[in-house]
Design a protein. Structure first.
Length: 474
């Protein structure tokens, strides 16, 4: 299942790898060095078309479809042919031997004495066999193959959803990292300006020397925070580029409407029964039911219409006399036969009962019900998170405006000698936090919109909703 919509580090890594792959593909006719800007829709579309796990899942669907055709071949008759040439002795003996695969059978009279002489022998034949009635056994085999195909199709849809969710999460994470770096850069610029003003006041003995030291420390801490943000960004990009063998490709993302005012509406709802997770569980239940049906139909008589044409040759005559030369190299006696064979596995009833009990336990619909229950819980959590993120996004602009006003006022009061450097430092810390909160709050709304869509099992409404917003729609 999509625990928490695969929003962790693994999903982020997958998606950013895909983003870099997109850039490399787009730059195929130019130098590898450079950069390429991608929209969220472009990244998701490329991932769904090119990510190896998606292609592998589609290959499994193709294989399962071929399995349906293979199951249908059971309706065809069989025609088995054989040719055999051998050189052997003819020391036959009266008596019975139980069926086995070690001792070769010998036909013909029993000789008076044992001889080491050998002669040629040959045989050729054709056996045609067809099962006219099977009491639904072959049909149940075809149904089971179809159920396997449906399960593979549902699993392919789940894989596509996994990749799409990971791509969206990574894309939004890249945007959040960029905005965090920008906030840190703005904080460094403000502190550098303020640091210079403090040093002027200290140099003119209008402020104590401790203020200069504190201003230096605050500026250094801001630079450290910026360096750490840039370091993490560069390390992630370098590591992913190294894995892909594209160290000179720089991937950028297009912000579009993702960093504007958060949307007020929501995308159309999708029934949870359409979620690939639920569909996979439902397909597994149907697959197990098909296996039970096969077992039910296996305890019936087997009817075979058979016809055989064959010939034999032997280097011994009917009296057991050695004819010599090439006698027996080719069949010189032929026969034909037509008949009906009926087989019935009487004592298989015990094994069939046990197998049916196993498959019946596998087909219990509790797993499907559990999947729907889990998806419902995930959807409710995602909706609650979306509602909370909207409320946060509504208040962060107020927080940001108030923080800017406070920072400006505290700097003015400090220069007028009405506030301490600690007051200014706290105001600057509040401002950088407010800038970060405001940038991330807007992205959080989109993130939670994607989480709601992921819980419903289809990201297309989310992407269409995003496209409408990009085009200026309602």
């Amino acid at each position: 299942m999509l625990e928490n919509h695969r929003a962790g580090l693994k999903g982020i890594t997958i998606a950013v790898v895909l983003l870099i792959s997109v850039a490399h593909s787009a730059l195929g006719q130019s130098s590898v060095e450079g950069e390429k800007a991608l929209t969220l829709e472009e990244a998701v579309d490329f991932a769904l078309k090119n990510y190896p796990a998606v292609r592998a899942a589609l290959d499994r669907v193709t294989a399962a479809q071929a399995g349906v055709g293979l199951a249908r071949t059971n309706y065809l008759p069989r025609a088995d042919m054989v040719w055999q040439t051998n050189r052997a002795t003819d020391n036959n003996i009266t008596g019975l031997v139980l069926p086995q695969s070690i001792i070769a059978p010998i036909s013909g009279p029993v000789p008076i004495s044992t001889s080491n002489r050998s002669a040629w022998g040959s045989a050729a034949g054709l056996l045609f066999s067809w099962e006219p009635v099977d009491f639904g056994y072959r049909g149940s085999k075809v149904d089971a193959a179809r159920a396997t195909r449906d399960r593979a199709t549902a699993e392919a849809s789940l894989t596509r959803l996994d990749v799409a969710v990971a791509t969206v999460n990574a894309y939004l994470t890249v945007l959040a990292a960029q905005r965090t770096v920008r906030a840190a850069e703005a904080d460094v610029e403000r502190r550098e300006t303020f640091d210079k003003a403090v040093h002027v006041l200290v140099d003119n003995q209008l402020r104590a020397g401790a203020d200069a030291s504190r201003a230096n420390a605050e500026l250094a801490r801001a630079r450290v925070n910026l360096a750490r943000a840039e370091q993490q960004d560069k390390i992630s990009r370098a590591a992913l580029a190294d894995i892909l063998g594209l160290p000179d490709v720089s991937v950028e993302v297009r912000e579009s409407v993702l960093l504007g005012a958060p949307p007020a509406g929501s995308q159309p709802a999708t029934p949870l029964s359409n979620n690939p997770i639920a569909q996979v569980q439902h397909a597994r239940v149907e697959e197990a039911e098909a296996q039970v049906h096969i077992i039910d139909r296996s305890y019936y008589p087997k009817f075979y219409l058979q016809s055989s044409v064959y010939g034999r040759g032997s280097g011994w005559d009917p009296a057991g006399k050695f004819e010599g030369g090439t006698a027996g190299l080719g069949p010189d006696r032929s026969n034909w036969a037509v008949g009906l064979s009926v087989t019935f596995p009487a004592f298989d009833i015990f094994a069939i009962r046990s197998r049916k009990a196993v498959e019946s336990a596998n087909e219990r619909a509790a797993r499907y019900d559990q999947a729907l229950q889990d998806l419902t819980g995930q959807l409710r959590k995602a909706e609650a998170s979306l509602e909370g993120s909207r409320r946060v996004a509504e208040n962060t602009p107020v927080e940001l405006e108030a923080a800017r006003t406070t920072e400006n006022q505290e700097r003015a009061r400090y220069q007028a000698g009405l506030a301490t450097l600690v007051d200014v430092t706290e105001a600057q810390g509040l401002l950088v936090q407010a800038e970060t909160d405001d940038a991330l709050a807007q992205l959080a709304v989109w993130q939670n919109l994607a989480s709601v869509a992921a819980s419903e099992g289809d990201l297309q409404p989310f992407l269409q909703f995003l496209h409408q917003k990009t085009q200026g729609g309602p």
